[in-house]
Structures are given as structure tokens and as C-alpha cells.
Design a protein. Structure first.
Length: 202
């Protein structure tokens, strides 16, 4: 049975945030809000939870997963960031952007793109997501919640509860999210190249 946690978008209740984080630490899969759409998330090193997310999304092996981080200092642990790229990131975080960067050895190989050894990184501008990250004290492995057969991410918590009941462990309901996904920016060449235009505007 999926547990639904109704967490206030502006004043997240710590008790409920901790329940969601406990679920992550115990190998669970959660749905949680971001500054774009809702996302599926699990603990970074959990192989079984990662495979559950792959199956829910019907993702191919080469899909670039995203580590959702609490701040810029955390990004530098998991991605190779030069001084110019750091300045670029500082100017555009937090926000609805996913940055493709070369992964460091701190990133489990199963999360990296198998050929390019890259990882998606982002810092959301969403109070609930940031409280989850603060309490977990490490990034959340995430993908946008787009169900197979749909091109659009999910933003309506009632529809999410209806369609994902018994398929995930926790759904964090913080009301409607934005309908647009993040803008994906490839920074591996040292310059910004937009791979997908979403909510974030450079």
C-alpha cells in the first residue's frame, strides 16, 4: 500500500519529511515535487530501487539519470566542474535545469551513461525537495515522472495517487507542480548546449 504524505509546499512538516526520507533509506521508491514536474526518486546506491524506477518508466539502458543535489558544493563531489563551469552553475542554480556533466568516481557506474560516463545533476528551487535533501544528507537519484505512453510529465497529485497506488512506496503530495520538465543543458564540452528546452530559460 502506497503511503501518501500531504506536505505543505511552503512550510514542509519535518515529521512528514522524515517519513519520506526513512522510506528512501530503507530502499523505497518515492514520488516527490520539484520546481518543474513531479519526480521519481530513490537512494543513490540502491540497485533494486533503481531497477523499479527503470521498470516504471520503461527506460533504456542508456538513459541519463539525475542526481538531485541540495547545493553547488554537493555538485562538485559527483561531477567534474571546472572554474568556468562552476561560475555558470552558480549563475543558474537553483532552478529548473538538469546539467549533463562528466561523472566523478563518487557516482555509481550504474547511474552513469554507459558510454559517455556522464551524469545529470540539478539543484531544484522547491522547498519540499530541498528539505528532503537536507534531511537525507546526500543526493536523490531521480527521473522526471513521465509514464510510458505519455510525452508529458505528471503534475496532478490526485492523478499520480490514482495511477501509482501500490507501485511506489511513498507519494509526497504538495499540490500541483509545473507541467514542464527541466531544461537539459550539456556542459561536457565546456560550453552550454541545450539538449531539451523545458521550463528553465538560460
Amino acid at each position: 500500500m502506497t503511503q501518501v504524505l500531504n506536505i505543505h509546499p511552503d512550510n514542509p512538516q519535518l515529521r512528514l519529511v522524515r517519513l519520506a526520507v526513512d522510506c528512501l533509506r530503507q530502499g523505497g521508491v518515492i514520488v516527490y515535487p520539484t520546481d518543474s514536474a513531479y519526480a521519481l526518486g530513490c537512494q543513490m546506491g540502491d540497485k533494486k530501487a533503481l531497477e523499479r524506477i527503470r521498470q516504471l518508466r520503461e527506460l533504456e539502458e542508456g538513459h541519463n539519470f539525475t542526481l538531485v543535489c541540495s547545493d553547488l558544493s554537493e555538485i562538485a563531489t559527483y561531477a567534474k566542474v571546472s572554474n568556468p563551469i562552476y561560475r555558470f552553475l552558480k549563475a543558474h542554480t537553483p532552478g529548473a535545469f538538469t546539467y549533463i556533466l562528466d561523472a566523478t568516481n563518487e557516482v555509481p557506474k550504474r547511474l552513469q551513461h554507459p558510454k559517455r560516463k556522464t551524469i545529470g545533476i540539478r539543484v531544484p528551487d522547491n522547498k519540499v525537495a530541498l528539505e528532503l535533501l537536507k534531511e537525507l544528507n546526500e543526493p536523490i537519484m531521480s527521473v522526471t515522472l513521465i509514464l510510458p505512453g505519455s510525452e508529458d510529465p505528471m503534475f496532478d497529485p490526485d492523478e499520480i495517487i490514482d495511477r501509482l497506488d501500490n507501485r511506489v512506496d511513498v507519494i509526497v503530495n504538495s499540490g500541483y507542480c509545473d507541467i514542464e520538465p527541466t531544461t537539459i543543458v550539456d556542459l561536457t564540452s565546456g560550453e552550454a548546449s541545450i539538449l531539451r528546452q523545458g521550463k528553465g530559460i538560460l
